[in-house]
Design a binder for this molecule. Structure first.
Ligand code: C5P
Length: 219
C-alpha cells in the first residue's frame, strides 16, 4: 500500500523545509505543489497572460512537463527553482492559483505522482483535496511576523534584495487570498494534526511530525 503524507499551512510556515526532512526519514518523494502553481504563474506572466485568460493558461499548462529532481522543480528540462521563489512571483501566484481550471489540471498531475510514488506533499489543499484519503495529515502554522522573518532571512542568505515589511505584507495578502478563494481554500482538514511552529526550531517540528507518523505506522 502507498504511503502519502499531507502537509498544509499558510505561506512561510516552514512546510517545505519540514517536508524534505520528514520525507528523508521515511523515504518519501517530496512534492512541492506551491512550486507547480508558481511555475504556472511564471510562464503565464512571461507570456503576458493575465488570470482572466483562462483558456490560454490551460493550453499553456498542457505544454508544461513538470517533475522534481533533488527537490527542485524541472520544467520542460529547465531547473526553474530559483526563478519561481523570487518575490515578484510570490506577489502574483495566488491570483493564478485561484482559477478553478488551473487547480483541476494541477491536482490531476499531483494525484498521478501520488499514485506512482510514496510521497510527502505540501501545499494548501493537500489534506482536504489532493490526498483526501491520506492517513497522515499535518497543518503547520506560525504567526505572520515569524513567518515573514523566516522568509526575509532566507532571501537575504540568497542575496535577494527585499524588505521585511514588503514580505510581511505579501504573506498577509496571500493568506487572505488563499483562505478566502472560492475553490479549495486553505483550511485545516478535520483529521489533520495542527502544529504551531512559533518558537520551535526545525528539528523540534520535524521530530514532532516524525513521531506522530511512527506512532500511526505502529498502530
Ligand atoms: O507554498 P508556496 O508559498 O510556494 O505556494 C505559493 C502559492 O501557490 C500559495 O500562496 C497559493 O496561492 C498557491 N498554492 C495553492 N495550492 C497549493 C499550493 C500552493 O493554491 N496546493
Amino acid at each position: 500500500m502507498r504511503i502519502s503524507v499531507a502537509i498544509d499551512g499558510p505561506a512561510g510556515a516552514g512546510k517545505s523545509t519540514i517536508a524534505k526532512l520528514v520525507g528523508n526519514e521515511f523515504n518519501l518523494m517530496y512534492i512541492n505543489t506551491g512550486a507547480m502553481y508558481r511555475a504556472v504563474a511564471l510562464k503565464a506572466n512571461e507570456k503576458g497572460l493575465v488570470p482572466s485568460d483562462v483558456n490560454k493558461i490551460c493550453d499553456l499548462i498542457s505544454t508544461m512537463e513538470m517533475h522534481f529532481e533533488n527537490d527542485d522543480l524541472i520544467l520542460n528540462g529547465e531547473n526553474i527553482q530559483d526563478k519561481i521563489t523570487l518575490p515578484e512571483i510570490s506577489n502574483i501566484v495566488s491570483s493564478y492559483a485561484s482559477i478553478s481550471e488551473v487547480r483541476v489540471k494541477l491536482v490531476k498531475l499531483q494525484r498521478d505522482m501520488s499514485n506512482k510514488f510514496d510521497v510527502i506533499m505540501d501545499g494548501r489543499d493537500i489534506g482536504t483535496v489532493v490526498l483526501k484519503n491520506s492517513n497522515f495529515k499535518f497543518f503547520l502554522t506560525a504567526t505572520a511576523e515569524e513567518r515573514a522573518n523566516r522568509r526575509y532571512k532566507e532571501l537575504q542568505l540568497r542575496n535577494i534584495e527585499c524588505s521585511y515589511d514588503d514580505i510581511l505584507k505579501d504573506i498577509i495578502d496571500r493568506d487572505y487570498k488563499d483562505t478566502h478563494r472560492e475553490v479549495d481554500p486553505l483550511k485545516k482538514a478535520d483529521d489533520a494534526i495542527e502544529v504551531d511552529t512559533t518558537g520551535l526550531n526545525i528539528s523540534e517540528v520535524t521530530e514532532k511530525i516524525n513521531s506522530y507518523i511512527r506512532q500511526k505506522i505502529k498502530a
